[in-house]
Ligand binder design. Sequence first.
Ligand SMILES: NC(=O)c1ccc[n+]([C@@H]2O[C@H](COP(=O)([O-])OP(=O)(O)OC[C@H]3O[C@@H](n4cnc5c(N)ncnc54)[C@H](O)[C@@H]3O)[C@@H](O)[C@H]2O)c1
Ligand SMILES: [Zn+2]
Length: 360
Amino acid sequence: MAISPENEHPVKAFGWAARDSSGHLSPFKFSRRATGEKDVNFKILYCGICHSDLHSAKNEWGITSYPIVPGHEIVGVVTEVGSKVTKFKVGDKVGVGCLVGSCHSCANCKDDLENYCPKMILTYGAKYYDGTTTYGGYSDIMVSDEYFVIKIPDNLPLDGGAPLLCAGITVYSPLKYYGLDKTGMHLGVVGLGGLGHMAVKFAKAMGLKVTVISTSPNKKKEAMEHLGADGFLISRNTEEIQSAMGTMDGIIDTVSAVHALLPLIGLLKTNGKLVIVGAPEKPHELPAMPLLMGRKIVGGSCIGGIKETQEMIDFAAKHNIVADIEVIPMDYVNTAMERLLKADVKYRFVIDIANSLKPF
Ligand SMILES: NC(=O)c1ccc[n+]([C@@H]2O[C@H](COP(=O)([O-])OP(=O)(O)OC[C@H]3O[C@@H](n4cnc5c(N)ncnc54)[C@H](O)[C@@H]3O)[C@@H](O)[C@H]2O)c1
Ligand SMILES: [Zn+2]
């Protein structure tokens, strides 16, 4: 008989899990491994809610095995370190993002691209080296190999800082890799949700001109006055889109559902780059001709490596970049998921784990 999640490991843990494709989350007892010699153990204080948590809880990508404890924007305070840990000590403020393991020997790992390692281990819903299941941050405690733990600088608030660990790095990494980080460049950001609003903030800090492309006219005022966007296009307004054709060096597309790429390709200058980071369950249609005419590129990007994640966090701390958040108690999570689906959040839910996760 399979060992129950509660008895897999010696350390008792508690969180909220989805049990089936309804995605409904409810209290869940499980266990975590004892702190190994290279492990950092920490008390979770906050965890952001990424749209990927929603896709996973509802098995929209078809790869979920239940029960699943989501959460990969995890921050907290170190309570124990293993004997061979060198980077962290008890009391440090730390975070874990989407990754807790990789092979450390493939070409990608050697290039600090653990996020593209074929053997990378995701923070939840994956199999760890010992064959046990990984559980995410909608839970009381976390244990991770120190390699995958990020230092949170003292001046970075933990609640608003948590979403940097996924939403932040997911937009920072392609801005750097695709060379869309040069002062004066014009960047489009499609979808003003968790990832999108971080893209606006990072791009502005890098000195870019940023235009938000959104389906929601009611986000315009705030995008321009509060987030600092320079322009705002309503994607269904063909006149507005027409007037901006051929003006953008790059676009970061964060939309979580299938949508038309043709108008976005049209917004790019010659040699422009459309970078897709949104992960809809169904494929996009890609029109070839508009790509040819103007030597345009459509690319993708998936989170970022550990070294780059630390670099992004340090950049965020230096430029006072945090997510705009709505802090919620644990038992609000199902309502939060429903609201996330309707894009009714500005711009990231963050669960106040320490003050609201109650054992039963
Ligand atoms: N590439 C990666 O490494 C990575 C990392 C994190 C998240 N993601 C994916 O990115 C996507 C966005 O994540 P998020 O947490 O920012 O989600 P979010 O829900 O906060 O934001 C998504 C945005 O897309 C907009 N949107 C939804 N449907 C739309 C449609 N049909 N047309 C136009 N706009 C639409 C919403 O209004 C919202 O502003 C998700 O699919 C998520 O799984 C990818
Ligand atoms: Zn995420």
